[in-house]
Design a protein around this ligand. Structure first.
Ligand code: ADP
Ligand code: ZN
Length: 293
């Protein structure tokens, strides 16, 4: 039996699976303090005999095994969780091999394994929600380096008629600052879900997301790009992003996936809300494989 923890800023989802795909049981726990939330996590897993666990966590987190703070949630604005050694705490309480990565890397891994990225050697997953996060599987492995990518905070060219300051506390008008759910809400004065009938909102949103697509395509050349998160539920958005990405690239990347089949290249998630948990099972299976004996 494999365990998965999707550690989100609002809620923690824990689940168990026999085969790494079908969820046998799942629980959702509000994210309050580490003491309180983690107690419920361990209570859930106590009922099962899991062999390994995979954690996809909100961040920023430290995933560089060489660092003293490996396994920690680091500089999060959620003060109760700052410098919390989530991986160490899980290992101490569950005493099984544990895999650890970001929430978006876990979602990328889940989609690559069993969702919209299945059968590819690379795929990129972007969530456009309260923040913008990006995870990638490249050459069948999660993309990691110095630490995890922070590709939601890239610089984008501002639309000449957009005078919104931006919401990012670090950079103001980075991609997340201009195109996250809260940015949409503050710029237009209404929640994104109430703005469906205003095409100009989604044209501008696509203007920014398409720039991100262009940069990711040029730098990482993923075989598929998946866009999830609350804002991606807007029915008109995906087609606008596909179209504007093609326009921005101007035929420079001559692959038929981009020039002719972009609707099969930049796609909606296959697993939707189960992407992160499914990736957690895959991480757990990897942790088990990498454990000697
Ligand atoms: P989180 O990023 O916190 O995990 P979500 O992915 O659900 O959560 O994203 C929440 C954000 O998405 C909010 O800013 C919300 O206003 C926005 N959102 C949710 N549903 C829609 C929708 N149908 N259209 C546009 N924006 C939406
Ligand atoms: Zn930023």
């Amino acid at each position: 039996m494999l365990g998965a923890i999707e550690a989100g800023g609002t809620k923690f989802v824990c689940a168990v699976s026999e085969n790494g795909r079908d969820i046998k049981e799942r629980i959702s726990i509000p994210t309050t303090t580490p003491e309180e939330t983690m107690k419920h996590v361990y209570d859930f897993f106590r009922a099962f005999s899991i062999e390994a666990v995979g954690i996809g966590s909100f961040g920023p987190i430290d995933i560089n095994t060489k660092n003293d703070t490996y396994g920690y949630i680091t500089t999060t604005p959620k003060t109760a969780w700052q410098n919390f050694n989530i991986l160490g705490d899980v290992q101490k309480h569950l005493a099984v091999p544990a895999g650890f990565t970001t929430d978006v890397n876990a979602a990328a891994l889940g989609e690559w394994k069993h969702g919209a990225g299945a059968g590819k050697t690379s795929c990129l997953y972007m969530t456009v929600g309260t923040g913008i996060g990006v995870g990638a599987v490249i050459n069948n492995n999660i993309l990691e380096g110095l630490n995890h990518p922070e590709a939601g905070h890239i610089i984008v060219r501002r639309h000449p008629e957009d005078h919104f300051t931006g919401t990012c506390p670090y950079h103001s008008d980075c991609l997340e600052g201009l195109a996250s759910g809260p940015a949409v809400e503050q710029r237009w004065g209404e929640k994104g879900s109430e703005l469906t009938s205003r095409p100009e909102v989604w044209d501008l949103e696509a203007y920014y997301l398409a720039q991100a697509m262009m940069n990711y395509i040029l730098i990482l050349t993923p075989e598929r790009i998946i866009i999830g998160g609350g804002v991606s539920k807007q029915p008109s958005l995906l087609a606008k992003v596909q179209e504007q990405t093609q326009q921005l690239l101007k035929g420079y990347v001559q692959d038929p996936m981009i020039t002719h089949n972009i609707d099969q290249y930049i796609v909606a998630p296959g697993l939707y809300d189960d992407a992160g948990i499914t990736g957690g099972f895959a991480l757990a299976a990897q942790a088990l494989e990498n454990t000697p004996g």
